[in-house]
Design a protein around this ligand. Structure first.
Ligand code: SAM
Ligand code: DTB
Ligand code: SF4
Length: 368
């Protein structure tokens, strides 16, 4: 007798690691069926959001994140760029909109946000994109509550801050910031009207227990994040994780399906690593509950799927683009002169554990 599945799932905030591991390890057909059923109870299964990434400041980052090509201590051959102008960002956003994107995510290779001209320009970029009637997201590293409030006032729709993996495995990948700093930033964003986008990466050498641990950390947040990106590691030459074997599509499908089951209402984003996935593999991920992709020939620094190829896939699968603000209403952008929140010029004490991660040290030495 095959397993019966529950219907009209409710969002539960007390998932345990063992429960999540049991879901992840279900027979594939049961897992897919359960995830697809829950997915269609909360979302239109034929609608997928298209988002575009804009890298405001690329490379030269002070941090030691073992997966990241933008850390300046490793030797990668990415093209670095200084801070973009508001005009250039607007131009890229116009192009993204005309290519079907309803969301723009602006990233910066920063450890944390510092008050000053560059942050003021980010606020102006947020106003500009919000006024173009697109959802606007930022991923700028750690932020304080005051900075989150100022982004919120400017009309920011979402803030992306990934916890990346389990608390235990985090220490094996990153030495310059702690898991608790990530949670603190998410809490700071939660105190505002900005929605939370937080997910992670699979394929960094973590175990299934670590993947489940990451999902426990995210799903026990109350409210759960409105958006959860699932990235497959893109191993970049020169980074400590350059030799990791790319994840199998089946692992991605399991991770997406498990995420969908434990966080029924969230937007699950098929993020980095899509370039290595076949159309069929991606279709299985959409069936399992993924309902967003990043479009454009580049993510932040690494190549992404061809736009025409993505359009063809949408046509074959009969998928429709998600309209902007389909999940949460648009808010007005408050102009800089009318702001209620003055910069506080805080110097928050984000952690800097500084422990030794052998492979990161090796990549740093090689980079010199
Ligand atoms: N500097 C900010 C921060 O670290 O929060 C924002 C930008 S950072 C590049 C955004 C996210 O991209 C990371 O948290 C990580 O999840 C993802 N990422 C970076 N490099 C990756 C890679 N090689 N493969 C997959 N995901 C990656
Ligand atoms: C997320 O989780 N993935 C996107 C977005 N949020 C910012 C970034 C993926 C970056 C992949 C590596 C690169 O292109 O540099
Ligand atoms: Fe810097 Fe962010 Fe990359 Fe870490 S993940 S090295 S903080 S850009």
């Amino acid at each position: 007798m095959h397993q019966k599945i529950r219907s009209m799932s409710i969002t539960k905030h007390n998932w345990t690691k063992d429960e999540i591991i049991a879901i992840y390890n279900k027979p594939m057909m049961d897992l897919l069926y359960e995830a697809a059923t829950i997915h269609r109870e909360h979302h239109d299964p034929n609608v997928v959001q298209i988002s575009t990434l804009i890298s405001l400041k690329t490379g030269g980052c002070s941090e030691d994140c073992g997966y990241c090509p933008q850390a300046k201590r490793y030797h990668t051959s990415i093209e670095t760029n200084p801070f973009m102008t508001v005009e250039d960002v607007k131009e890229q956003a116009v192009k993204a909109k005309s290519n079907g994107s309803s969301r723009v995510c602006m990233g910066a290779a920063w450890r944390n946000v510092k008050d000053g001209t560059e942050f003021d320009q980010v606020l102006e970029m947020v106003r500009t994109i919000n006024k173009m009637d697109m959802e606007v997201c930022c991923t700028l590293g750690m932020i304080t509550e005051n900075q989150a409030q100022r982004l919120s006032e400017a009309g920011l729709y979402a803030y992306n801050h990934n916890i990346d993996t389990s608390e235990e495995y985090y220490k094996e990948v990153i030495s310059t910031r702690g898991f608790e700093d990530r949670l603190q930033t998410i809490e700071n964003v939660r105190k505002t009207n900005v929605t939370v986008c937080s997910g992670g990466i699979i394929g960094m050498g973590e175990t299934v227990e670590d993947r489940a641990g990451m999902l426990v950390a995210l799903s026990t947040l109350d409210p759960q994040p409105e958006s959860v990106p699932i990235n497959a590691l893109v191993p970049v030459e020169g980074t400590p994780l350059e030799e990791q074997t790319p994840v199998e599509i089946w692992e991605m499908i399991r991770m997406v399906a498990t995420t969908r089951i434990v966080m029924p209402e969230t937007q699950v984003r098929l993020s980095a690593g899509r370039i290595n996935m076949s159309r069929e593999g991606q279709a299985m991920c959409f069936l399992a509950g993924a309902n967003s992709i990043f479009s454009g020939d580049k993510l932040l620094t690494t190549p992404n799927n061809d736009l025409n190829e993505d359009m063809k896939m949408f046509e074959i699968l009969g998928l429709k683009n998600q309209q902007p603000f389909a999940k949460v209403n648009q808010r007005e952008s408050v102009e800089a002169v009318d702001s209620k929140f003055a910069p506080l010029g805080e110097k928050p004490k984000w952690s800097r554990p500084g422990h030794t991660i052998e492979r990161n040290v090796e990549a740093t030495v090689k980079g010199k």
